[in-house]
Design a protein around this ligand. Sequence first.
Ligand code: SAH
Length: 410
Amino acid sequence: MTTVILKPKKEESLRRFHPWVFSGAIGKIVLDATHRANMPEEGELVCVRSAENEVLGVGHWQVGSIAVRILAFGVEVLPKGFWNERIRAAYKMREAIGLVSHPFMNNTFRLVHGEGDYLPGLVVDVYADTAVVQAHSVGMHVCRMDVAKAIVDEVPQVKNVYYKSDDTLPHKAEIEGEKTGDLIKNEKLKIKNSDEFWSVENGLMFRIDWLRGQKTGFFIDQRENRALVERYAAGKDVLNMFCYTGGFSLYALRGGAKQVDSVDVSQKAIELVEVNVKKNFPHASNHRAVAADAFEYLSAQKAAGRQFDLIILDPPAFAKHRDAVRNALRGYQRINAKAIEMIRPGGILFTFSCSQAVDKEAFRLAVFSAAAQVGRKVRILHQLHQPQDHPINIYHPEGEYLKGLILYIE
Ligand code: SAH
């Protein structure tokens, strides 16, 4: 097995269980006899040692600034039964917090959240009897079958495992094997594809299209925040901007909203919003779904003199990298200013950022600037974040990405 030896004093963060080894921290690489090239292969398991030869852990090698992602600390090789043990621990946590105990009410949850579940590079979302696996590292791609088998062994409700890593694996990596497709398929199950597939979140039914949908098919990370919209929606004129398949809209309708407008630039997403509203509220006549660009839609509505009592802004990550942060903050300020000026006095804004590179202080400052620009009185009612099934490993603060504010606007 290949050994990666760190430069002197570069082991401190690993001793504190931070799971990344940056390429700059590496002093020497000792390849085993199987290698033809002079570097480890992407995705291979390597043992990491300190300059004093202390074993620090075993992890996946990858080309890039994060060279190794540690899977197990203090051991030279992965222990036997490693994958089952980790998946079992992840499931146990979801059980402990009551997320899987009422499957008729909720069978939608994130089972594995990367570093937050001690499995860097891996995301697994469960939709009823199907788990959708997403690899963010070549190492996890290599191990995808081990992961899939462990999931069906350890998670009683899962019978199918679908793999969807086209957009998440590093583009430049040489990857063997398919990046999408079934890993495990139970042919006996009646529902065989995502065209007819329903999952339940807090008693609401959602069509999950993991084949063609964004990410793993759904944004589970907004579950708790959607429930808050339900609490505030009664009698209100609601705009759900960046609605995707209508998550927040269904909660607003159930909460007794007077009117709900769902807007997303994706026509496919809008078609799914219609399907979801029809399934849950077959007689609703107070919902409208519009395929439009957010900025254009808000400008047109403003020109028409329209106002709302409650607006939800849940845009895609404006900053995908650290160097894009400045532009992203400008984007957040712009969209929030547009929303704040369209809220009736005494109205509410739910505003979010899922850019990992924008921290909560920077986001709050962008929203503050938007409020000041419009010149309204604004108070913070709630500060929101990612839910319990997207845990943050305390030794890996980079795992925090979703933040939001609920504002009361006079
Ligand atoms: N709130 C959603 C998730 C939103 S994800 C939920 O609860 O499920 C972000 C969405 O923004 C995506 O659906 C994407 O299609 C949409 N989007 C991206 N750019 C947009 C734009 N310029 N105008 C409107 N929608 C946009």
